[in-house]
Ligand binder design. Structure first.
Ligand code: ADP
Length: 262
């Protein structure tokens, strides 16, 4: 749980860091295009002897830009997943208090766990992080307060649905976070998984939450889906592959729900 909070704070820091990196990157691009423009002018004037200097400038800036993108890539690769058979009902119940404290008293977290949830093969700390992020988004979508429902369900994705939803056929444990907030217009849904896409004011949104959740779900062999209607609310569901075989029996028994923290 503490890990989830640390991850969330880290993401805020990353948002600030990447904002700075984007600025540096833009400056380097400006340097490269400036050098190319000068070369174009000198070419028209037949002053080819000056090319060497501009080429050196452009090459130097490209090298620094490459170093910047390597730093970003190194960061994104830090997310090494450690999938293990996980009792998602228990994870959700254990997280409830922290999530409630994080979103504040204006919204109420309600947990609805399916009685015999399938164990999921997933990195539990990444899932905690995803849950916290989804609940923060749900809270932000309800400025006047309300209830957030966190729900688990066993989902059998058959061939037809698999084709429709562009995911592999099979059995999944679905973790859904629903709100009755402002909802998302179709163009926002279409872009929501893009890194750095945010509709929130500067300093409030990093635009990294859903993109990281998307990457995490994909890497876990699952999917993430957004169901939203403007003015009605939003549900984001993470589908995690069911775990079969050794390990599943060691999990704690499922917690019967629903429960609510007020
Ligand atoms: P951030 O929350 O930092 O903006 P995200 O990647 O988590 O970044 O979300 C991207 C965008 O998707 C948000 O800025 C918002 O416009 C939209 N969004 C995400 N979750 C919700 C939600 N529950 N209700 C309405 N809009 C949402």
């Amino acid at each position: 749980m503490q890990n989830a909070l640390r991850q969330s704070q880290k993401m805020e820091a990353v948002g600030q860091l990447t904002g700075g990196l984007a600025h540096d990157f833009n400056n380097l691009l400006a340097g490269i295009s400036g050098a190319l423009q000068l070369m174009q002018m000198r070419m028209q004037q037949g002053r080819y002897n000056e090319f060497e200097r501009y080429i050196a400038t452009a090459l130097g800036a490209s090298k620094r830009a490459a170093a910047l993108t390597h730093r970003l890539l190194a960061f994104s690769r830090q997310q090494t997943l450690m999938p293990k058979p996980t009792n998602v009902n228990r994870l959700v119940t254990d997280m409830q208090e922290l999530v409630q404290r994080t979103v504040g008293p204006a919204v109420r977290i309600e947990v609805v766990c399916v009685a015999d949830a399938w164990p999921a093969l997933v990195d539990a700390s990444q899932l905690e992080n995803a849950l916290l992020n989804l609940c923060i988004n749900a809270r932000d979508a309800m400025p006047d307060g309300g209830a957030i429902t966190v729900e688990t369900a066993n989902k059998w994705i058959d061939e037809r649905v698999a084709r429709q939803q562009n995911m592999a056929e099979g059995q999944y444990l679905a973790l859904s976070v629903s709100d009755t907030g402002v909802g998302m217009a179709p163009d926002v849904v279409a872009r929501a998984f893009e890194p750095f896409f945010t509709t929130k004011p500067i300093g409030q949104g990093t635009g990294l939450g859903l993109s990281m959740i998307y990457g995490f779900a994909q890497q876990s062999g699952g999917q993430v889906r957004i169901y939203s209607e403007v003015g009605q609310g939003t549900t984001v569901s993470i589908y995690l592959p069911r775990h079969y075989g050794a390990g599943a029996t060691e999990l704690e028994p499922d917690v019967a729900a629903p429960t609510a923290l007020t």
